[in-house]
Write a protein of this length. Sequence first.
Length: 430
Amino acid sequence: MKKLLLVAAGIFVLFILSIGIFAVGCVVHGARSFSFGLGEKSTRAETHALEIAKGGTLEVDLAGGDVRVKTSEDAPSLSATVTTWAGSREEADKALARAKLEISKNGDGLRVTLVDATTEKEITGGHARSTAQADLEIRVPAGVRLEIKTESGDVEAEGPFAASKVHSSYGSVRIKSVEGELEATSDSGDVSVAGVRGKSFVAKSSYGKVEVVDCESAGIEARSSSGDVRLQDVRGERLRVGSDYGDVRLLRVSGDIEAKLSSGSVHAVGLTGPRASISTDYGEVNVEKASGILEAHSSSGDVRVKGFEGTLQAHSSYGAVDVEGVFAELTLDSSSGDVTARALSGSKIEKGWKLSSSYGSVKLAAAESFACDLDANTEYGAVALGFPIEVAPGVLKKGTQSVKGKLNGGGGVVEIRCTSGDVSVGPLGR
């Protein structure tokens, strides 16, 4: 029993020591969120007047710290809080005295950085590094260009600004009101962009959400490697949206739209423009109130379209396809699921329609006046008709596995194919 108690005690001591080593290591590296209440910190506040005018560039380059920039009619200014950490208050004070906020002229603008911010100390088995941080509150005139980079901290900017580039390695980025090109990125944080008007802009995050609201630009790119992407009230000539491991939501988006996902679902409402292409490898596609040309594909999930007007192509490899709207051209296919189409009044077969399922049923419902040349076939199922049909002599009649004939005098060709499932063609609401 004593041996067991000694072993348990030894494990407990090692556990406590490992926590202490990890905590102290995090403190000396200056990571605020990992200090665990250990170590000492020292801070100072300082303010500076800035000489920068509209059209000038504000460059900020920090190893750590939050940056908040806002346009103002007041005199340009900077307020900073500089913080250092160390094993003792004396060491923290010394590190704080060494760290200097440097503001220098840079072309037509200013450059802000924290110099002598790193303190190294030898410890058993190596050395530790502590980095000071500077949290900045900045006021500048409207029309200033931003070039902001912080390794560990959030960036918030509210304009109007001219063309800008903003990045955080370990923090969020939020920017509002830019007249010009914009690049807003984060390696590990959310990115939010609003009120951008310019030739092009990019909003990207590796491990965070991306949100774009009330923006208009010729070229728009919004992507996340591992997070959701949301666009609302966005207009562009060319929009490219995507997420590797997250969902995409599009609300009132206009333009040539391409959304690609590896593992996530798409929900889109109010799409307009010449073309929209939406595809996901593992997820659902849901589209409501859209017009133009729509291509909707899922390798493993349902595809549902409602309130659509125009040309539609929808496919699912392992899911159902269910669509409703006023169609000009229609191509629907599922490798392993049911296919359902509700063609509302006004639908016209400008080119041949094709509906097919390998391992599911196909159902087409249309207005009473719907006219077409129907060609329906199933290999292992039955064809059921709810419309009167004109069948040429010698052609098999309804109730069989193959039906060819004219609905309401005939028109464009509707081709329906099933390998293993039933086919149903009839009026809406029945």
